[in-house]
Design a protein around this ligand. Structure first.
Ligand code: 13P
Length: 258
């Protein structure tokens, strides 16, 4: 199983800033076997960054942060995953900022997962409970529900191409009062995800699905999250905007998982 270090830049960095960042990253990181590095810039920066990567044949991957589930048509302002083919390898889907700030429903999310698979792009399906759900003891139910509905159009063969990212909403640094998730709590949720994948697809298939952790990951805590059993990588917001921090986390992943 590969280890994935994915930087979600959210709505930050101009095209120029993205390009300078990438240049630094490409210069400083050495490819390591089994380690997959991806960044998700703003959609407008995807093409220039793609050219930068291709020019030096780097293995760094690009991810899109959002797209519309239909391939083409009269959908003013939208970008389809079909149009993103050749630009990205990964697509972040169901991020809590999309669910709660832009009212994306479980139906939207499962259609996007299916669209990504249909177009040969790896979905990174984000799931996780809110602060309220956690306080009502609903974490397990929320995880199972989001997992089942997000994957409801995906069969056992295709689910091996899906990456799940567990991001407890209350631990995401953009939230007021975000706090660090204790590795033990994360371990419990990762276990819930694995058990549910087993229940849906059987153990052999479930073991092939990569599961990432995201939520206030930084260079100091990355090692602790990466050593949780069943965690295959990290989805990083704030710390991925500082290239030195992102590179530090990549180095940690090499040490811990190498
Ligand atoms: P932070 O790392 O800033 O908490 O963001 C996590 C996230 O939302 C990644 O998708």
């Amino acid at each position: 199983m590969k280890t994935y270090i994915v930087g979600n830049w959210k709505m930050n960095l101009t095209i120029g800033e993205s390009s300078i960042y990438l240049q630094k990253l490409l210069k400083r990181i050495k490819p390591a076997k089994g380690l997959e590095i991806a960044v998700a810039p703003s959609v407008i920066a995807l093409q220039p960054l793609r050219m930068q990567i291709d020019k030096i044949k780097s293995k760094v991957k690009l991810a899109v942060q959002n797209f519309y589930h239909r391939d083409y048509g009269a959908y003013t302002g939208e970008v389809s995953i079909m149009q993103l083919r050749g630009l990205v390898d990964y697509a972040i889907i169901g991020h809590s900022e999309r669910r709660y700030l832009f009212n994306e429903t479980n139906k939207d999310i499962r259609q996007k997962v299916a669209a990504a698979i249909r177009n040969g792009i790896t979905p990174i399906l984000c799931i996780g409970e809110t602060e309220n759900e956690k306080s009502f003891g609903e974490t397990v139910d929320v995880i199972k529900d989001q997992l089942n509905s997000g994957l409801s159009e995906i069969d056992a063969e295709d689910v091996k191409k899906v990456i799940i990212a567990y991001e407890p909403v209350w631990a995401i640094s953009s939230n007021k009062g975000a706090r660090l998730a204790a590795p033990d709590d994360v371990a419990e949720s990762i276990n819930t995800i694995r058990e549910e994948l087993k229940a849906i697809y059987g153990s052999a298939v479930a073991e092939e699905v990569a599961v990432l952790y995201g939520g206030s990951v930084n260079p100091n805590n990355a090692g602790a999250y990466l050593t949780i059993p069943g965690v295959n990588g990290l989805l990083i917001g704030g710390s991925s905007l500082i290239s030195d921090h992102f590179i530090d986390i990549i180095e940690t992943a090499k040490r811990v998982k190498g």
